[in-house]
Design a protein around this ligand. Structure first.
Ligand SMILES: [Fe+2]
Length: 504
């Protein structure tokens, strides 16, 4: 408390010395920022327009300009000693073990019982209307978007702000871009001048964004683009106790390339049978195991898949999965969603794997949810999404396939898990369940088979890789997977580490 009020006093003093007054809303935001960012803002406002009163709106604008894509790398300790040293709440020997802590799990959103559509043209029209409305509302909740106009109201020579769905993106010779922006009334062309293309290169088709600019009657010349994004002052929710959650994905049970040895080591570690005392202590803290889809390899997913399979029946593949997972200590809750290889509907959002196929997993008590699923563990909110649409985003934005976390950050920025319509099959549900309505504390994906981790505006972004060795297809694509390396997160202090079960 003393520390907070001292920081506040120092900040107010700095503002007054710079000759600036602040509105109460602006002060709230400023006090939530790092002191170095506050100093930068003060310097910037002095040199830009010399404004004397800082409002909430211009503080938000300055922060956006300063660092629109703030990403902080997560440190991964290299040794077991570093693991415990790096985690503030693990410095002392933990008083509680996961065995002694009651389960605290709550589903916030599971698509399984929320979906069902005929897929008619009208369903698609309504789906995109719903997407537009939901994302518009998220944009309007930002403090810096006021005075929105509709496309039908845009007159000549006036400053306008429009929210629209990006219907087309094209580049013109001068280095500028032209986008077509659609709202509920019509479509308008927007010229993105060369000085904005650094920002505009992150635009994707079918995203909903706000454009600020000037209309000349025929089109709008943009001077800013705003995504719904994660509020920069997002404060992650934390657990009261140093409870650990482990995240894995793409186990592909039933595939000849499933890596039995690393997975067995992983289970033995969870059982407290591997590693030194510190490592075993860490395992004792694990209360949750989250599986991000592609639990099994499936049947008939791609041509000639049968040659790559140990068993050719999907039920038998889930049986293999259950045989491994039943060895996870019974006080660890297992939560699983499906992926593209699992036996459920392929179009997103996917319902949970039905009992008809996944019965062996239901029988051992796995919490089977749909894709995406949003749940709460010890107060910490997790959005778990297999990630079928990651390829679309990576291709559209030329993101290296070895950095899936960069595409995941774009999900957060646009607040949508499958922005581009066309390649990844989407089901036109009455409600667009792929909109990220609520900012999670952890965003977990798989699908690419490559690990990746970042911290984007307080949200831990992890792609937990795979337990499947490189397939021939991946080899032909030049993709080198990173198998056997799950993530562990301390839900109290958000310490993140990448485990490694590839060696003895
Ligand atoms: Fe996979």
């Amino acid at each position: 408390m003393i520390e907070t009020s001292q920081v506040a006093k120092r900040t107010v003093k700095e503002l007054l010395e710079a000759g600036l007054q602040v509105t109460p809303g602006a002060l709230d935001i400023i006090l939530s920022l790092e002191p170095s960012v506050v100093s930068l803002i003060i310097r910037k406002i002095k040199v830009t327009d010399g404004a004397l009163v800082l409002t909430e709106e211009n503080v938000r604008k300055l922060i956006e300009e300063k660092d629109p894509r703030k990403v902080t790398s997560v440190k991964t300790p290299k040794s077991e000693e570093e693991w415990s040293a790096a985690s503030p709440s693990m410095k002392l020997k933990p008083a509680l073990t996961a065995k002694e802590v009651d389960e605290d799990f709550e589903v916030v959103m599971d698509p399984t019982k929320m979906i069902g559509t005929s897929g008619s043209l009208n369903d698609f029209v309504n789906y995109f209307k719903d997407r537009y409305m939901r994302l518009s509302n998220l944009l309007l909740r930002r403090g810096d978007i006021k005075g929105i106009r509709r496309t039908c109201e845009v007159g000549r020579a006036e400053e306008v702000k429009l929210i629209g769905l990006v219907r087309d993106i094209s580049k013109v010779r001068s280095g500028s871009m032209i986008i077509e922006l659609e709202d509920l009334d019509g479509v308008v062309s927007v010229l993105i001048p060369g000085n904005l293309t650094d920002k505009a290169r992150y635009l994707m088709l079918d995203q909903v964004v706000c454009v600020e600019g000037k209309s000349n009657g025929a089109y709008i010349v943009a001077d800013n683009i705003i995504w719904p994004d994660v509020p920069f002052d997002h404060k992650p929710r934390r657990a009261e106790d140093p409870i650990m959650a482990v995240f894995i994905s793409d186990t592909h049970f039933g595939s000849k390339k499933f890596m039995e040895k690393p997975f067995t080591r992983f289970i033995e570690w969870l059982q407290g049978k591997r590693g030194d005392e510190k490592t075993r202590d860490l395992a004792k803290q694990v209360k949750y195991l989250v599986i991000g889809g592609d639990i099994v390899d499936g049947v008939g997913v791609y041509p000639n898949q049968e040659k790559e399979l140990v068993v050719e029946e999907v039920y038998a593949q889930y049986d293999i999965a259950a045989k491994y997972l039943e060895n996870v200590p019974d006080y660890v809750k297992i939560i699983a969603i499906p992926g593209g290889h699992d036996a459920t509907r392929q179009a997103l959002p996917q319902p949970a794997i039905p009992k008809e196929y996944g019965e062996p997993l239901y029988e051992i008590g796995v919490e089977m949810l749909g894709d995406p699923a949003y749940f709460r563990i010890h107060g910490v909110e997790v959005l778990c999404f297999h990630g079928d649409s990651l390829n679309d985003v990576m291709t559209a934005l030329s993101i290296d396939q070895h950095h899936p976390e960069r595409a995941m950050i774009e999900f957060l920025r646009g607040r949508h898990l499958a922005p581009i319509y066309g390649s990844t099959p989407l089901s036109p549900e009455p409600m667009d369940l792929l909109v990220i309505e609520k900012v999670p504390d952890i965003l977990h994906c798989g699908h690419i088979h490559i690990n990746g981790q970042e911290n984007y505006r307080g949200v831990i972004v992890i792609n937990s890789g795979t337990f499947q060795d490189q397939t021939d297809y991946q080899k032909s694509m030049g993709l080198t997977p990173t198998p056997g390396k799950p993530y562990i997160i301390n839900l109290k202090d958000f310490w993140v580490a990448q485990l490694d079960f590839t060696g003895d």
